[in-house]
Design a protein around this ligand. Structure first.
Ligand SMILES: CC(=O)SCCNC(=O)CCNC(=O)[C@H](O)C(C)(C)COP(=O)(O)OP(=O)(O)OC[C@H]1O[C@@H](n2cnc3c(N)ncnc32)[C@H](O)[C@@H]1OP(=O)(O)O
Ligand SMILES: O=C([O-])CC(=O)C(=O)O
Length: 459
C-alpha cells in the first residue's frame, strides 16, 4: 500500500510534529562517552586497535588475506581470496573463458570439492528442478506490495517462501541443504521479477515475465529474464558469471555472513536467516556500496567540470570526507576494506573487465575517471582519517560500472550481489549447524548508572 493511502497528508504532517518530541527524548538521553571504549578495551566493530578482526569462529569455507608474514611480522600485501583452499584467480583462469563457472563454485563452497562432469550434470539437473517459482507465488507474493528497493522485496519474498515449504522448521543439515539449494536456484527469479513488478506497478512500464530456461547457467538466465527481448551475448553472460563467482563468498566475518552465523546459532529457520543476511548486505557499508558508488560518480560528474583535473577531483573528494558533498556520510564508497590492505583481488579482476568493456562500448573516458578517483581516494582517506593502514579500492568500486555496461539497472546491483552471496551464506549456515552448534552471545559492558525506580505519580 502506498504511504498516502494509509494516512492523509495532513495526518502524517501532524504525526511528524508529534514525533519531534520523542526524537528529542531519544537523542537527549543516549550518549556513550567514546573514551569508555578505550578504558574498557572494547573492540569496536569487533576489531582490535590495529583493525584486525576479533577471532570469533573457525571455517573451512574460505580464506581472506590482506597481509603476509615476514619474520613473524604482519606486512600489508596484495589481497588473496581462497574458496575451499583454491585461489579464486585460479578458479577463473581454469574456466579458460569456455565454461560458465558459478555453478561449479556453488558446488565447491557447499560440498567442499570441485565437481567432475557427472557431478556437475546432476547438480544442474537438481537446480533446474528447483528454480521454478510457480505462477501462484509470482502472482500472490512477487507482484503484491512492490518495492522500489529490490533487496527489501527479496526479503519479503524469501520470508513468504516459508509458507510454501512443507517442512520449514526442520534444521537438520539434510533439510537445510534442500532449502539452501532452492533459495540459490530461486533468488534470480525473485530479484528479476520483483524488478519487473516495480517497473510496472510503480513506473507504469510494460510488464513482461519470462521463465528461466533449464540447462542455462544462472548468469544466462538472469540476462534472459531481465531483457525485454531475452537476448544477450556470450561475452555479457560470461562477464556476469565471473562477477557472480567473485562475490560468492568472503569468509565468516563479513557482516552478512556473520549475520548468518549469529542468526543460525539461535536455531531459527533458513528463511529467517536468509532474510536477515539480505538485510545486512543491503547496507551501504557492505554490499549496498555498489549502488552508492554509482550514485557518487553521478554526483561527482554533476559537480566536477573537468574530469581530468586532479585538483578539482581532490576538492570534491575532500568535500565528501568532510561530509559536505554527496550523501554527507563522510565515506568515499568503494574504497577501504576491513581485511585487505594493498589490494582487493576481486577488484583487480573486475577492473580488467571494466576496462575491456569500456573500450568496447566507447566508455573509456568514464573508465579513466574511475581509475583517477581510485588513484587519489585511498591516500586522501588515509590523510583525512589519520590512519596508517593502506586504503585500497574494494570489490564494489567497479562492479556497478561493469553491471551498467551490461545493461543491468541500478536497482539490481545489490540484488545481484545477494544472488551471488547466497551460496556463501548457505555454506556458512550449514557449517554453523554441523560444526559450531553453540548460541553466539558476546558480552556488552553496562556503562550507565543504576537508579531507583520512581513511582508513576512522582515523575
Ligand atoms: C563487499 C563489501 O562489503 S566491501 C566494502 C564496501 N563498503 C564501502 O565501500 C563503503 C566505504 N568503505 C567503508 O566504509 C570502510 O572502508 C569499510 C566499512 C569497508 C571498512 O571499514 P573499517 O574496517 O572500519 O576500515 P578501517 O578500519 O580501515 O578504517 C579506518 C578508518 O578509516 C575510515 N574509512 C575507511 N574507509 C573509508 C572510506 N571509504 N571513506 C571514508 N572513510 C573511510 C573508517 O571509517 C575508519 O574511521 P573510524 O576509525 O573513525 O571509524
Ligand atoms: O569481508 C568483508 O568485510 C566485506 C566483503 O568484502 C565481502 O563481504 O565481500
Amino acid at each position: 500500500m502506498e504511504k498516502h493511502e494509509m494516512m492523509s497528508l495532513e495526518d502524517s504532517r501532524q504525526l511528524r510534529d508529534k514525533m519531534r518530541f520523542f526524537e528529542h527524548e531519544l537523542l537527549g538521553n543516549h550518549h556513550i562517552d567514546p573514551n569508555l571504549y578505550v578504558e574498557y578495551d572494547v573492540k569496536r566493530g569487533l576489531r582490535d586497535s590495529a583493525g584486525k578482526g576479533v577471532l570469533t569462529g573457525l571455517t573451512e569455507i574460505s580464506d581472506v588475506n590482506g597481509y603476509k608474514l615476514v619474520n613473524g611480522r604482519r606486512i600489508p600485501a596484495d589481497g588473496q581470496l581462497f574458496y575451499q583452499g583454491i585461489n579464486v584467480q585460479d578458479i577463473i583462469n581454469g574456466l579458460n573463458g569456455r565454461r560458465y563457472g558459478f555453478e561449479e563454485v556453488i558446488y565447491l563452497l557447499i560440498f567442499g570439492k570441485l565437481p567432475n562432469r557427472d557431478e556437475l550434470a546432476r547438480f544442474f539437473d537438481v537446480m533446474g528442478n528447483m528454480e521454478e517459482l510457480g505462477g501462484r507465488f509470482v502472482r500472490d507474493v512477487v507482484m503484491k506490495g512492490t518495492n522500489a528497493n529490490i533487496m527489501n522485496a527479496m526479503q519479503r519474498c524469501v520470508l513468504a517462501l516459508y509458507t510454501y515449504d512443507d517442512n520449514p522448521e526442520d534444521i537438520s543439515p539434510e533439510n537445510v541443504l534442500r532449502q539452501s539449494l532452492e533459495l540459490i536456484a530461486k533468488l534470480p527469479e525473485i530479484a528479476v521479477y520483483s524488478y519487473h513488478a516495480y517497473r510496472h506497478f510503480r513506473k507504469d512500464e510494460t510488464l513482461f515475465i519470462r521463465n528461466p530456461q533449464r540447462g542455462l547457467s544462472l548468469a544466462e538466465n538472469i540476462l534472459l529474464m531481465l531483457r525485454p527481448n531475452g537476448q544477450y551475448t556470450e561475452l555479457e553472460a560470461k562477464v556476469l558469471d565471473i562477477a557472480l563467482i567473485l562475490h560468492a563468498e568472503h569468509g565468516g566475518g563479513n557482516n552478512s555472513t556473520f549475520t548468518t552465523h549469529v542468526v543460525t546459532s539461535s536455531g531459527t529457520d533458513t528463511y529467517s536467516s536468509t532474510a536477515a543476511s539480505i538485510g545486512s548486505l543491503k547496507g551501504p557499508r557492505h554490499g549496498g556500496a555498489n549502488l552508492k558508488v554509482q550514485n557518487m560518480f553521478a554526483d561527482l560528474k554533476a559537480h566536477v567540470q573537468d574530469w581530468e583535473n586532479e585538483d578539482e577531483l581532490v576538492d570534491y573528494l575532500q568535500k565528501i570526507l568532510n561530509k559536505e558533498a554527496f550523501d554527507h556520510a563522510g565515506l568515499i564508497y568503494g574504497m577501504g576494506h576491513a581485511v585487505y590492505t594493498l589490494s582487493d583481488p576481486r577488484e583487480v579482476i573486475l577492473k580488467r573487465f571494466a576496462k575491456a568493456l569500456a573500450d568496447e562500448k566507447g566508455m573509456t573516458e568514464e573508465f579513466e575517471l574511475y581509475n583517477r578517483v581510485e588513484g587519489l581516494a585511498g591516500k586522501l582517506i588515509m590523510e583525512h582519517r589519520k590512519i596508517f593502514k593502506n586504503v585500497c579500492a574494494n570489490v564494489d568500486f567497479y562492479s556497478g560500472f561493469v553491471y551498467s555496461m551490461l545493461g543491468i539497472p541500478q536497482e539490481l546491483f545489490t540484488p545481484i550481489f545477494a544472488i551471488a552471496r547466497m551460496p556463501g551464506w548457505s555454506a556458512h549456515r550449514l557449517e554453523e549447524l554441523i560444526s559450531a552448534n553453540k548460541i553466539i552471545r558476546p558480552a556488552y559492558k553496562y556503562v550507565g548508572e543504576h537508579t531507583d525506580f520512581i513511582p508513576f505519580e512522582e515523575r
